[in-house]
Write a protein that binds this ligand. Structure first.
Ligand SMILES: [Ca+2]
Length: 159
């Protein structure tokens, strides 16, 4: 009975959360990670931990093994059209889940911990359904609820 109630509560939660969020953004996030998964550099059979790592570390412009806020925010915004407040909140969430101690740096174990919040069956692959469901919950909790606005123009220098 307790389990049933939990399942019903979760189903309700997901239904409410999905009604509130910007589905364009949810689809964009999925399309972005799918494109990355299929890219020559990443080339994975499914959206797994390696794809998550590649996604976050594509923002590590100085390749020092950590993604600091100033590397992440402008380019994540350019890739998603999310607001600055929401993007910072995503950064904060990953850092908080990872709990590696530095609030301004996403490190490998942060990404792994964040990835682990997406998986349900532990087979390493995150289905489109699970990926989108998880993002709907995250987005519903963001300050601007996944609103999309054109980001300021970004000059990304790759040396
Ligand atoms: Ca870096």
């Amino acid at each position: 009975m307790k389990l049933l109630l939990t399942v019903v509560a979760l189903a309700l939660y997901f239904t409410v959360a999905s009604a509130q969020v910007n589905e364009n953004l949810v689809n964009l996030l999925w399309n972005n990670i799918e494109r990355l998964r299929q890219s020559t550099d990443v080339n994975q059979p499914c959206v797994n931990g390696r794809v998550f790592e590649a996604m976050f570390f594509s923002y590590d412009t100085d390749v020092d093994g950590r993604v600091i806020r100033s590397e992440f925010v402008p380019r994540w915004r350019a890739n998603t059209n999310m607001t600055e407040a929401d993007t910072n909140a995503v950064f904060d969430l990953v850092v908080r889940i990872g709990n590696s101690g530095n609030p301004n740096s996403i490190e490998r174990n942060d990404v792994e911990a964040f990835y682990n919040t997406f998986t349900r069956d532990g087979d390493g692959c995150i289905s489109e359904t699970d990926f989108k469901a998880r993002w709907r919950v995250i987005i519903a909790d963001l300050p601007d609820k996944g609103a999309q606005v054109p980001p300021p123009s970004v000059n990304v220098q790759i040396s």
